[in-house]
Design a protein around this ligand. Structure first.
Ligand code: HEM
Length: 266
């Protein structure tokens, strides 16, 4: 299973062009969903207005070299390792899910666009990347959803309580889970049995929900968060600090109570 390109097997009964059109539609859905989100919530306008306002209180003019170095550092730490989540399980789960999803998506696109025609043999690296990516997404995502989610960890709601905010993580998990189940059942060579067709249908539906639901879900955070991290670090470097007061130069004194339990009541 790990070495099979499931899309190449599917292309024996469905036109590869149809698979490629499906991917293009998903990309278009993400663009439309994000643009409608930006127009409706006016978050990007707020972001740029705020950045312009903060610039007025800058204490230093940053040269291009300094700006490039701040941006490069932000990409290497804040974005690539989701530093915002601090040290601990939450960050490990997110990094697993994030890189898993990136591998899963890249491998899907390469296998669909380059290795679905009859005369092409898929190099093993791509199916391995696709399966490993899906497994990493499942490990990080289920760990987050079952144990680390604020509702479950801090608010003591049961893990099976589902709200609209779970749309993104659940659709992502459905894609990875049904993708793996489809590939597994397909690799069993069940001929005309129903199993792999059911999982393929569920895989298609979860992709439609994930990419079609961008406006309603947290999908677009993967575009907003990097922008916000870059802006925050540039504001730190030019002294404007987003119009926030400077950090107090005093020892932290919270009393012993702070040590009694982990801070988890948000
Ligand atoms: C392919 C890229 C990414 C994927 C698949 C992804 C996936 C996820 C998922 C599934 C969640 C949980 C959503 C929920 O609260 O229900 C999440 C939350 C979060 N993501 Fe991402 N993410 C990506 C990129 C990023 C990037 C680039 C950043 C920051 C620079 C980021 C920062 C965060 C933060 C701060 C949270 C909140 C976590 C929490 O509440 O514990 N993500 N992400």
């Amino acid at each position: 299973m790990m070495f099979n390109n499931p899309f190449a097997v599917l292309a024996e009964s469905v036109s590869p062009t149809l698979l490629q059109i499906f991917v293009i539609i998903m990309v278009v859905l993400v663009i439309i969903g994000t643009l409608v989100d930006i127009i409706h919530k006016k978050n990007v306008k707020y972001f740029f207005d705020n950045a312009k306002k903060a610039k007025l209180s800058a204490t230093k003019e940053l040269g291009t070299g300094k700006k490039v170095s701040v941006i490069a550092k932000t990409i290497a730490t804040d974005i690539a390792t989701t530093a915002e989540l601090g040290a601990g399980k939450r960050r490990i789960a997110h990094v697993l899910g994030m890189y898993g999803t990136i591998l899963f998506w890249i491998a899907s696109v390469v296998m669909i666009f380059c290795y679905t025609s009859e005369d092409k043999i898929t190099p093993s690296v791509w199916p391995i990347m696709w399966h490993v990516g899906a497994i990493m997404t499942c490990v990080g995502g289920y760990w987050f959803w079952l144990f680390l989610r604020v509702d479950v960890l801090a608010e003591a709601y049961p893990w099976y309580r589902i709200i609209k905010a779970d749309l993104f993580v659940l659709a992502l998990l459905a894609c990875a889970t049904f993708g793996l189940a489809w590939s597994y059942t397909q690799s069993l060579n069940l001929e005309n049995r129903w199993d792999d067709k059911v999982f393929l249908t569920l895989y298609i539906m979860s992709n439609l929900v994930l990419f079609g639901g961008v406006y309603w879900s947290k999908f677009a955070h993967m575009f907003y968060k990097p922008g916000a991290a870059i802006q925050k670090n540039l504001a730190e470097a030019d002294g404007s600090r987003d119009n926030l007061p400077p950090l107090a130069d005093e020892p932290k004194q919270f009393g012993l109570g702070i040590k009694r339990e982990q801070p988890k009541h948000y």
